[in-house]
Ligand binder design. Structure first.
Ligand code: TYD
Length: 207
């Protein structure tokens, strides 16, 4: 049995971590094995990215796009922690962010077509079976960030979050061959989890 590759996207504060955990429980209850992963990864490049995201070291959008690309190749092919090996072992892989984030976040200040092309044309970057976009307006996201976090990252400001949210929608209208489900994330945790479960249930169980 081959696993399914599911990606969660959304602006910061949309509730990805909570919903990823809910989906993990649902899939495990159905007897599936689940591998949870995230970007940036624990690679060396991932560390440099986290430093840039915290605002410690300023990077241009193109530098960030190139580093996220490199980190994403690592994320796919690493023989111990990578997406490819987990899918081949039959795990459902659930990733907190993937290339859609590069398109929306780096697409704002770099060349979006360049960012899209280098990701979609890279032979070692796999296309997800499903992208779940948790949609929450920027003010509500910012409220959640301020309640839940001690430190604020470079993108976590309300006006910027609104621009990024709109960029995600531009990106989705440009991508014709991707399976993207936009889910209203303003309800309760259980309401949102039910909608996600319905989207995941549409995926084939075996490949
Ligand atoms: P996030 O999921 O918010 O991690 P955490 O909540 O643990 O800090 O991701 C970190 C940030 O990285 C987020 O602001 C979005 C940004 N990002 C990009 O700008 N480009 C990308 O390609 C990815 C994967 C993330």
């Amino acid at each position: 049995m081959k696993g399914r590759f599911i990606v969660f996207e959304g602006i910061d504060g949309a509730g990805k971590s909570t919903q990823i955990e809910k989906l993990r429980q649902k899939l495990v209850n159905e007897g599936r094995r689940v591998f949870i992963t995230a970007e940036p990864t624990a690679s060396v490049t991932g560390g440099i990215l986290r430093d840039a995201l915290s605002g410690n070291y300023a990077r241009t959008a193109s530098e960030l796009a190139a580093m996220f690309l490199s980190d994403r190749v690592f994320h796919n092919v690493n023989p111990n922690t990578g997406i490819k090996q987990a899918l081949e072992k039959g795990f459902d892989v659930v990733s907190d962010r993937y290339y859609y984030s590069s398109f929306a976040y780096q697409g704002l200040d770099s060349d979006i077509n360049w960012v899209i092309d280098m990701n979609l044309n890279c032979p070692d970057i796999r296309k997800p079976d499903l992208c779940i976009f948790l949609d929450l307006d920027a003010d509500k996201s910012k409220e959640r960030i301020d309640t839940n976090r001690a430190t604020v990252e470079i993108f976590e400001h309300s006006s910027l979050l609104d621009k990024i949210r709109r960029k995600f929608f531009d990106v989705f209208s440009m991508l014709k061959d991707e399976n993207i489900e936009i889910i209203d994330a303003s309800g309760t945790v259980d309401e949102v989890a039910l909608k996600i479960a319905a989207a995941v249930d549409k995926l084939p169980k075996e490949e």
